[in-house]
Design a protein around this ligand. Structure first.
Ligand code: AVJ
Length: 323
């Protein structure tokens, strides 16, 4: 049998268009937060990471600056050569501390950052190799699994996968399970996953991190409408949508929405999309977990949880799982 391939399978612009239009056809309407990260979105996310309310980066940075040796030993960095594959590398602020340490300790590895943003990958290739002399690096621009398959083709060495920043939080719990299952099926015995989880904590602390006073998170969400305007020749009036954030302490789901302020219709290329006043577009989930839920996820997806390394406040954990 021949698999059906559509334009969306290989043309990123076409895929963007079809995923945006599909999401806006859904009930409730939904846009994918993976598309937040164009050049402007990368910049806004940098600003989010620098906000006083956004504790996640500081917590994980504390782990990556203060517990490098523990991290290196947990991933068995000195046992045999390996590839350090980072899913959603971003600007690699956190991982760069570990990279520097590993290079200094003469660990034999190649850093393979994967990111959906071509901009980010080219910036990384320029900066990181000059900041960390001796670092071997192969940047991979694209979606996680496609690029992980590519990494496996490029090299058959043991893989250590980094999935930091609580990026798994951007998946619904069921999606996170599917993701870990799919990841596990692409790994081999003795491969290791180092995965960051933001923990359940005081609900006010969590809500404030995603509902900042300066409105940077609001701009971050609204920027996707601007991106659709630019890339799909659409006519969203961004001042006619308002950011709305929720956190549910029972489920641990922190969700963002854009609320339409009026009845309005938006044109996206040849299509028209109608919004009722007060209708929500569901934008993003940032799921929070308990330490126990993290271990359960490991076991149920076929990993062996080795340890959890957390910051001093106990707000965030980097979990180390073995295949
Ligand atoms: C990049 C997924 C870790 O959910 O905390 C920050 C993205 N969204 N503020 C998160 C984000 C709004 C962020 N992650």
């Amino acid at each position: 049998t021949t698999a059906t391939t559509s334009l969306a399978d290989y043309d990123p612009h076409h895929k963007f268009k079809s995923e945006i239009l599909d999401g806006l056809k859904e009930e409730p309407k939904h846009l994918l937060s993976k598309y937040f990260y164009d050049k402007k979105g990368d910049d806004l996310f940098q600003q989010i990471m620098n906000m006083p309310e956004y504790y996640l980066t500081d917590c994980e940075l504390e782990i990556f600056t203060g517990k490098k040796r523990e991290l290196a030993n947990a991933i068995r960095a000195f046992d045999e050569p390996f590839d350090l594959v980072e899913l959603g590398a971003g600007d690699a602020t956190k991982s760069s501390h570990l990279l520097e340490y590993l290079v200094k300790q003469n660990a034999d590895f190649t850093y393979m950052p994967i990111d959906i943003s071509a901009n980010i990958i080219s910036v990384l290739e320029e900066n990181l190799t000059s900041e960390i002399p001796g670092l071997k690096m192969t940047g991979l621009n694209g979606e996680y699994f496609e690029m992980l398959d590519k990494a496996n083709k490029i090299s058959s060495r043991r893989k250590v996968i980094l999935f930091l920043g609580g990026n798994i939080g951007n998946m619904e719990i069921e999606e996170a399970y599917q993701f870990c299952n799919a990841l596990k099926s692409r790994l081999n015995p003795d491969d290791i996953l180092l995965i960051g989880f933001d923990l359940k904590k005081n609900p006010h602390t969590i809500l404030a991190a995603y509902n900042d006073k300066a409105g940077i998170t609001a701009s971050f969400n609204l920027n996707l409408l601007d991106r659709i305007n630019e890339e799909l020749d659409a006519d969203f009036k961004t001042n006619q949508f308002k950011h709305y954030q929720t956190y549910d302490p029972l489920s641990g789901a922190c969700r963002s929405y854009l609320i339409s302020l009026e009845d309005q219709s938006v044109h996206i290329e040849e299509k028209e999309v109608n919004f009722k006043a007060n209708e929500a577009i569901y934008m993003e989930i940032s799921q929070k977990y308990s330490e126990k839920e993290v271990d359960i996820m490991a076991r149920k997806t076929g990993f062996k949880p080795l340890k959890q390394i957390s910051d001093t406040k106990g707000w965030f954990v980097d979990a180390i799982w073995k295949v």
